[in-house]
Design a protein around this ligand. Sequence first.
Ligand code: FES
Length: 95
Amino acid sequence: MPKILFVNSDTEVEVAEGTTILEAALDNGIDIDNDCGANGVCGTCHVYIDCGIDRVSPKEGDEADLLETVDKLTDRSRLACQTRVLGDITVTIPK
Ligand code: FES
């Protein structure tokens, strides 16, 4: 099963492949803003995939457009509610 290291809380969790980063965080008591309830329309669940950007699901639908609206966008930016974990990754939650 894939592992996610959440850098901010120095917490590593193991999740079933296909779990979203947001589900993995909330299920393990790690807070990520999710103002739209994981519907992919608010952008508040913006995270950085520090390691393993090739081990998550590709951007689909409007994710790329919505990411253009977030602060401090990088090429490692993803929406936690839209990104499914396929292998071991490291995630930072922007302050
Ligand atoms: S929770 Fe709103 S876009 Fe992810």
